[in-house]
Design a protein. Structure first.
Length: 297
């Protein structure tokens, strides 16, 4: 009995396999493969066409490089999303799914989908206004959503920042509520120098002013204004604090500050001007004799 039942099952399975239209399955699979290959080719050709368009656009007239890079990445992002949607609709049609019915029923389930996709909609809308208002562009150094870095890519949904440590931060645009852009307009370089109270203030100021004049001539390509010696801004525990400021091109303020400190240190060494360090004075009485000892911290 068991043998007869097993034979019947095998015959039923064989009949089911024979009933499957293998030709149709192979044809459908081949069509899906062709759609994916075509989508990949169109995506690559589209990216190349967008890049060439902006290259030719820059040749026509002077346009801001960062602005064109932002538009280029945004168009590439829009092209990818469009191709993904077309591929999805095509594949569903190949499987016999009526996409028209799904789109018609979208109004019924639209409310539920809207609640589930509200973050996605917020990201896209925010990304659109970020681009429209030109708050930042590719190549700008910004602080957004608590992260600082250089904008590598700006899309409708996410923005990619690369920080100084090389780490890549991917920020949904909906989380960007405040942007600090360090690449728009001149930036301030500030250096504060401490000198001993015993030094001649006029002589120190003259030396610093000479250093500033030399730096302005040597770094004219990055310094927009200054440097200027403002004068004494604070009385420290063991030093007078003198402040120097300059205005530089975007992202060059740290380089100018480092260079000014180096030049000031070398000038002070040449002129014998002391950069003070914390010290302690200890006085003691021994048999009516007064002794004084000076030591560092």
């Amino acid at each position: 009995m068991g043998g007869i039942w097993g034979t019947g099952v095998m015959q039923a399975a064989a009949a089911h396999l024979l009933a499957i239209d293998w030709g149709k399955i192979f044809s459908t699979g081949l069509k899906i493969l062709l759609v994916l290959v075509l989508a990949f080719v169109v995506m690559r050709l589209g990216d190349t066409a967008i890049e060439r368009f902006f290259i030719n656009w820059n040749k026509i007239g002077p346009f801001e490089t960062r602005r064109t890079q932002t538009l280029c990445t945004l168009l590439k992002s829009g092209l990818r999303y469009t191709i993904y949607f077309i591929v999805l609709v095509t594949v569903l049609n190949l499987f016999g799914v009526r996409v028209e019915a799904l789109l018609a029923g979208a109004g019924v389930v639209g409310l539920a989908v809207g609640f589930g996709a509200q973050n996605l909609v917020r990201d896209v809308i925010t990304g659109f206004f970020l681009l429209l208002e030109d708050q930042f562009a590719v190549g700008d150094y910004i602080t957004a959503a608590g992260v600082s870095g250089t904008v590598e890519e700006m899309g409708l949904r996410v923005t990619r920042l690369r920080d100084f440590g090389g780490e890549l931060h991917i920020l949904p645009n909906g989380q960007i509520t405040r942007v600090t852009n360090y690449s728009r307009g001149n930036m301030r370089a500030l250096v504060e120098v401490g000198v001993a109270y015993e030094e001649d203030l006029e002589r120190v100021t003259a030396v610093l002013q000479h250093v500033c004049e030399q730096a302005a001539g040597d770094m004219a390509d990055v310094i927009a204004e200054g440097p200027h010696v403002l004068g004494v801004v604070n009385f420290g525990p063991s030093e007078l604090v003198i402040r120097i400021i300059a205005y530089t091109k975007p992202m060059q303020q740290w380089y100018v500050e480092r260079e000014l400190r180096r030049r000031i240190k070398e000038a002070f060494d040449r002129e014998g001007i002391e950069i003070p360090y914390p010290r302690r004075v200890v006085m003691s009485m021994n048999g009516g004799e007064k002794r004084e000892q000076v030591s560092g911290w």
